[in-house]
Ligand binder design. Structure first.
Ligand code: F0G
Length: 448
């Protein structure tokens, strides 16, 4: 059942094929370099790209811009307390700001950090502290065709192997990312969260949940984890987050805002350490790099994110989009995740080797054919790893309608009518940091 109607609209237009061809070539076959005006349906990310509700816009007007002791911050504190169950909040400009504040307070040179899968910025912030990020996904997480209700879980076996290898004293922190963005947005069970809690206790480590998409995760838990059938989303979210010592949050996802983030905990000592770092890197601890109005909108967004109407609408939208694509003959990662549909470009374009970047080739064709912008998460974004060749079509929250998704499915089906005609690509100019090359590198078709 549809849960929203539009109150404000933004004009969009499919540029001519000629203009798309030119824009793609000028962007160096890298869609991060496209102007948004040249994009028709933008599925690059679900981060900060969603629509706010009328209640959020109203809260925005009442935002308190006081440097210290802002009323909007009090509203955020009470929303975090009720929705997530924690009493201490350090606001930041976005998720990676929260990562810098928290991981800087917890990690030292030589530490090792297990996580189901580190998101790019998480990996970079762990490494930035001189620590080593280690991914511990469960078996099947990287297999686009494997079945399983919770392919986002942490493998306790792998996490224990890390501790056996380096010793518990070098593992002061364990992270669980819900949902697991870098594993196709797959959910994490509450049971797995409990096991990670026990594991952290065994090795005397701090347990942090990266809760960017915690509300979507709670929706999956209710559908798939028997114990929680009939529970309210808000109850599940509080139960799951309650096992953590601290939560790191990007408000740009399930905070339902365009910018913002925070760290939250009940640990007074950790709170103090984060607060000091926040003053250094973010801003005074009652605004933390956000405008007061954004803090106010995030307080409302957090409460909306755990409503039944929001979560049901969100999961259904993404599930229907995945069905449209697979009905059109497009191979998609199964089961679909919470915030995006992932196309298996390796299966779609089997004639291309990983070194010819099948995912990036597909991303370019989707744009060329239908003005659709997705993002490659395969050999181009993650060189030297054995990940599947995925293309992520992320769904901005409360933004696109059925016709938009139909256009994307039709575009993908047209592109894949004649897959052998799709050429591979090569990188022709590389930025200095290999981990970040997919954001700015230029490519060229192999035949050119
Ligand atoms: N953690 C996870 C799991 C994320 O998905 C992101 C961002 C962050 C942390 C960082 O948050 O962007 O507010 O600084 N993911 C976006 C994406 C960028 O497109 O998946 P941020």
């Amino acid at each position: 059942m549809v849960a929203y109607k539009s109150k404000v609209v933004e004009r969009i237009e499919l540029p001519s094929r000629e203009r798309r061809e030119r824009a793609l070539a000028e962007a160096g076959y890298n869609v991060f370099e496209l102007a948004s005006e040249d994009v028709f349906i933008d599925l690059l990310t679900d981060s900060g790209t969603g629509a706010m509700s009328d209640a959020q816009w109203a809260a925005l007007m009442r935002g308190d811009e006081s440097y210290a002791g802002s009323r909007s911050f009090e509203r955020l504190e009470s929303a975090v307390r009720e929705v997530m169950g924690f009493s201490r909040v350090v606001p930041t400009h976005q998720g990676r700001g929260a990562e810098n504040v928290l991981y800087g307070a917890l990690l030292s040179e030589g530490d090792v950090v297990p996580n189901n899968t580190h998101f790019d910025t998480t990996r970079a912030h762990v490494a930035n502290q001189g620590a080593e990020p280690v991914d511990c996904p469960v078996e099947g997480a990287r297999d686009p065709t494997a079945d399983g209700p919770f392919k986002g879980n942490v493998s306790l076996e792998r996490a224990r192997a890390v501790v056996d290898d380096v010793g518990a004293e070098r593992v002061p922190l364990v992270i669980q990312t819900i949902t697991n963005n870098s594993a196709a947005g797959q959910p994490v069970s509450v049971e797995n969260t409990r096991r990670v809690r026990e594991f952290a206790d065994e090795i005397d480590a701090t347990f942090v949940i990266d809760a960017c998409r915690f509300a979507e995760n709670a929706g999956f838990v209710r559908r798939r984890e028997g114990e929680f059938e009939g529970y309210e989303i808000a109850e599940i979210a509080r139960e799951q987050l309650g096992y953590a010592d601290a939560v790191v949050m990007s408000g740009k996802k399930d905070g339902l805002v365009n910018a913002g983030g925070f760290v939250t905990t009940d640990d007074d000592d950790l709170f103090e350490r984060c607060k000091q770092r926040a003053i250094l890197y973010e801003g005074f601890p009652t605004y933390g790099g956000m405008a007061g109005r954004d803090v106010a909108a995030m307080a409302v967004g957090l409460r909306e994110a755990v409503t039944e109407a929001y979560v049901t609408d969100r999961l259904e939208e993404v599930r229907k989009f995945a069905t449209l694509l697979s009905d059109a003959g497009v191979p998609v990662y199964t089961p679909p995740g919470g915030h995006a549909v992932y196309i298996d470009a390796g299966a779609a374009l089997p004639h291309l080797e990983p070194a010819e970047f099948p995912g990036q080739a597909l991303v370019c064709e989707l744009y060329r054919e239908g003005g659709v912008r997705g993002v490659e998460l395969g050999s181009f974004a993650f060189p030297d790893t054995d990940r599947p060749e995925l293309v992520r079509l992320a769904v901005p929250r409360r933004t696109y309608h059925a016709e938009h998704f139909e256009h994307v499915a039709e575009t993908a089906a047209t592109v894949l009518e004649n897959p052998e005609s799709i050429d591979g690509l090569e990188v022709v100019s590389d930025p200095s940091m290999p981990e970040l090359r997919h954001f700015t590198a230029s490519l060229e078709p192999l035949s050119s």
